[in-house]
Design a protein around this ligand. Sequence first.
Ligand SMILES: [Zn+2]
Length: 115
Amino acid sequence: MSEAANEKTLAEQAPPSYECRACGYTYVPSKGDSKNNIPPGTLFTDLPKSWKCPVCGARKTAFVNIGATDAPSGFAENLNYGFGVNNLTPGQKNLLIFGALLLGFLFFLSLYALG
Ligand SMILES: [Zn+2]
């Protein structure tokens, strides 16, 4: 488990999104900006100075940091509540979810063995 403890949650890894104060458009780094040929994964701070809001044309200086929007919601202090699943990394969650689905599917198949 020591390796898993070193992993960061998605919220900690996710770069911040920036919102246009003029029109409310949100630049999400993981999505990029296809209208301006900005590939997904480009940080707002790495955007060219000539980049402008794809909706209203406002300059980068019109944008404010609104934090990570494509990360799990909720506050960090709540992560230990519930059954502990809030503390899992996305990879662990996927394993849990798809593992449970696969298990359910196997149970479903076993019904045919009964007949
Ligand atoms: Zn705008």
